[in-house]
Design a protein around this ligand. Structure first.
Ligand code: GDP
Length: 302
């Protein structure tokens, strides 16, 4: 199971520690909760989320009259899933328009895995029988257009591009005309990952979105922010900045296979109220998975 093997590092760090904790304690007391708190913080679950979780666990222990530390384990899993899903049925579902063109915009800083994610998602959608196209909207970074083309070739998807340095909004306009003409189902749009200047970032994204929305009312249907899980709290800072710059509808958390601190998924969801729609669990074409909180949490503890 890809999901499970991709989480090996987090399982080795987090789950093993929780298991040890539960085995060491005879009764549930303040010390037990303090150690649990520390383990959760170290797994990057995030301070705010950990505090809420510990409070709820304490209440649960009282309410259910739990005496054995081993019984707390299932309560921890339940609470983690609860925090994540927050009452929503399928927060991870993509907003795909059946029978008309769906436009998905990708945002995020350089190096987080944006291009790779676009390639992987193109592959996944193609496997589902959809006609997919890509727009090379990162006209700023040297090599970005070529890199997207490599993925386009690999997956067998057409890439619409202009030359380096050209206006990304013009690329989007052309890509939409081409996607309409070819009767594509989904257009995946790359953007430049400049974060140094928030005002510029905001302006560029606004213009791109305006052009897309003018050609297709209601589009872009998704704005997916790509974040690198291995950067921990730095990813949280990026998420906050992008959330201020544009309406982010979902997150793709990459390189979850490369971190022992997979708790960042929960922190993002809980502190930013943005659903994690996909996770990256490797560098290959089929290493992108829709994020499923239950599978994730129970995968950690099984
Ligand atoms: P971009 O600058 O945001 O477009 O980033 P790239 O797509 O070029 O990715 C940067 C590096 O991260 C590349 O070496 C990718 O192979 C690698 N990468 C992307 N996603 C994942 C992932 O989920 N897991 C691992 N292990 N590596 C990844």
């Amino acid at each position: 199971d890809k999901f499970k093997s991709g989480l090996t590092k987090t399982r080795d760090n987090f789950t093993v520690k929780v298991n040890n904790l539960v085995a060491r304690y005879r009764k549930i007391d303040e010390d037990f909760f303090e150690e649990l708190e520390e383990i959760l913080i170290q797994a990057d679950v995030g301070f705010q989320t950990v505090m809420g979780l510990i409070d709820e666990l304490k209440m649960e222990v009282k309410r259910k009259n739990i005496k054995e530390p081993s019984e707390v384990q299932s309560a921890i899993s339940e609470k983690l899933v609860e925090i994540y899903t927050a009452g929503e049925k399928s927060p991870n579902r993509l907003n795909i328009q059946e029978g008309s063109l769906t436009v998905i915009l990708f945002v995020g800083v350089n190096g987080v895995g944006k291009t790779t994610t676009i390639g992987k998602l193109a592959y996944m959608l193609k496997q589902q029988g959809k006609k997919v196209m890509m727009a090379a909207g990162d006209t700023f970074r040297a090599g970005a257009i070529e890199q997207l083309e490599v993925w386009g070739d690999r997956v067998g998807v057409e890439v619409i591009k202009h030359t380096e340095g050209s206006d990304p909004a013009a690329v989007m306009y052309d890509a939409i005309q081409a996607a309409k003409a070819r009767k594509a189902d989904v257009l995946l749009c790359d953007t430049a990952g400049r974060l140094q200047n928030k005002v510029n970032l905001m302006k560029e994204l606004e213009k791109v979105k305006r052009v897309i929305g003018r050609e297709i009312p209601g589009a872009p249907h998704e704005v997916l922010l790509v974040l690198d899980a291995t950067t921990g709290q730095n990813a949280m800072v990026q998420a906050k900045t992008f959330k201020e710059a544009t309406d982010v509808t979902g997150i793709v958390l990459t390189k979850l296979d490369g971190t022992a601190k997979g708790g960042i998924v929960l922190a993002i969801r809980n502190e930013l109220q943005i659903p994690v729609k996909f996770v990256g669990l490797g560098e290959k074409m089929d290493d992108l998975q829709p994020f499923d909180a239950e599978k994730y949490v129970y995968g950690l503890f099984s």
